[in-house]
Design a protein around this ligand. Structure first.
Ligand code: MRU
Length: 346
């Protein structure tokens, strides 16, 4: 399968290049790629969600380190300057651990080669970023293949937010499971939650799935339990932004509510995520930092306020689903019970 990359490093030559990514703020109105040529612009692209989704922002971070290193080539302290840029980019969004993970993979290259000349190091950083891109697609296909095994024939799958090709370099995690299941059985269907406030489900998930010809129904965030009660949902599969060692999983705000409803209705709830989404430094979900975004995401739709400006607004971007609500975590190494996911680090 030929997969178009959501984000990719465009090589000008061995020492020069830039990050090309789909501008996800424009979908579904426009499908446009933007070229990001400085480390500061990588920071902004992640913060403003031109690129979003845990694995995709990881790759953006890896590209940012390449750009930071290119920018530091003529500076006296090349290593320290590049590290500073890496730290700065890492601060763009706090919850998805893939960002820190990918930046760290680049910092390892920097550290292991610190005695080489800076140009040589830039080449190695670019090579490593391209390797991470290609591996991301391979990992997602493996997640998809393992995940397809738990999708019953003719099932309707509920998903929340967008854990698709757009949230990764390509293919997707939760939507990778959908894609692999659909390749085997064209009768499966998807229900996609709208995913307020930024509507990744409505704007991105339905865009991706219908483009692939997969039968997709859009519902608003409050409708899931209704359709579960009507026996119209067979299984829930979502992505994750950070998973603790006990399997507690952070994902887009609203996921926790879906998981509770699924438990009540005896519907299996799965997380699909690569190993790089697991944070071995934290034992439980209580330690996960939840990003708070601006109130305008909630109060303004299509440039118009939808409520009085006297109202209080809090806008957490993620919530944590406790491990006891999760039937399994689908990874590139197989499917794990949440309380056994730590075994990946033994
Ligand atoms: O705020 P976003 O759009 O970056 O949030 C994305 C999600 O919550 C996804 O479900 C998660 O990153 C997994 S993507 C494979």
């Amino acid at each position: 399968m030929n997969i178009e990359k959501t984000i990719e490093w465009i090589k000008i030559d061995e020492l020069n290049g830039f990050s090309r990514m789909i501008d996800q703020t424009l979908i579904p109105y426009e499908y446009k790629k933007v070229d990001i040529k400085t480390s500061n612009d990588i920071f902004s692209a992640i913060k403003t969600m031109i690129v979003r989704g845990a694995p995709a922002i990881g790759i953006a971070g890896a590209h940012g380190v390449c750009l930071g290193a290119i920018e530091a080539l003529n500076k006296e302290d090349f290593i320290e300057e590049t590290k500073k840029t890496a730290q700065y980019i890492n601060s763009s969004r706090p919850t998805a651990v893939n960002l820190a993970w990918a930046i760290n993979e680049q910092l390892k290259v920097l550290e292991e080669n610190k005695d080489k000349n800076p140009k040589e190091i830039v080449k190695l950083l670019i090579e490593n970023a391209i390797k991470l891109e290609d591996e991301d697609i391979e990992i997602n296909k493996k997640i998809g293949d393992y995940g397809a095994e738990i999708i019953p024939q003719g099932a309707t799958i509920l998903t929340h937010c967008n854990a698709g090709g757009l949230a990764t370099v390509g293919y997707g995690t939760a939507l990778g499971v959908v894609r692999s299941a659909w390749a085997k059985d064209k009768t499966i269907k998807v229900f996609a939650d709208e995913t307020r406030p930024r509507q990744q489900g409505a704007r991105l998930t339905t865009y991706e799935l219908t483009r692939d010809g997969i039968d997709t129904t859009l519902i608003t965030d409050g409708m899931g339990a209704y359709f579960m009660n009507k026996k119209m949902i067979d299984v829930v599969v979502v992505g994750a932004d950070r998973i603790a060692l006990n399997g507690d999983s952070a994902n887009k705000i609203g996921t926790y509510m879906v998981a509770i409803a699924a438990k009540y209705h005896n519907i299996p709830f799965y997380i699909a995520a690569p190993k790089s989404t697991i944070d071995p430094s934290i034992k439980t979900g209580e330690e996960i930092v939840i990003e708070l975004r601006n109130k305008e995401e909630v109060t303004i739709i299509n440039d118009k306020p939808i409520c009085t400006d006297k109202v209080n607004v809090i806008n957490p971007s993620f919530d944590v689903t406790p491990n006891e609500l999760i039937a399994g975590i689908i990874t590139e190494y197989g499917i794990f019970k949440p309380n056994e996911i730590y075994k990946l680090f033994e």
